[in-house]
Design a protein around this ligand. Structure first.
Ligand code: SF4
Length: 97
């Protein structure tokens, strides 16, 4: 559990990464900060922003924060090279490298 009282599931990173889908800006910033602590696993700012732009215009984005398909906070998931958009058969953004 981090200092916000949120349990982060380090094994899955995404699905159910926090206990509630309704999260505050503060919690999202904390998650993003945690992701940025390991630069080797995260994408460039350019890729990150392009991914977020895609999510922002996607009808599957819930509450402005959460992907309906993965249950993940997109601002967190989009940071990682090894994650892609989970849309079955037609992902809107791909893994990097
Ligand atoms: S990850 Fe994919 S399906 Fe989910 S909100 Fe972003 S673009 Fe849409």
């Amino acid at each position: 559990m981090n200092k916000e009282g949120i349990t982060v599931n380090q094994n899955s990173l995404c699905k159910g990464c926090v206990e509630s889908v309704m999260v505050t800006e503060e919690v999202i910033q904390e998650l993003v900060k945690e992701a940025e602590e390991n630069p080797s696993v995260i994408v460039s700012d350019e890729v990150y922003l392009a991914r977020l732009k895609t999510c922002e215009s996607c009808p599957s984005l819930q509450y402005g924060t959460t992907c309906a398909h993965s249950g993940c906070i997109v601002r967190y998931r989009a940071k990682f090279k090894n994650k892609g958009c989970p849309l079955a058969g037609k992902p809107k953004w791909e893994k990097v490298g």
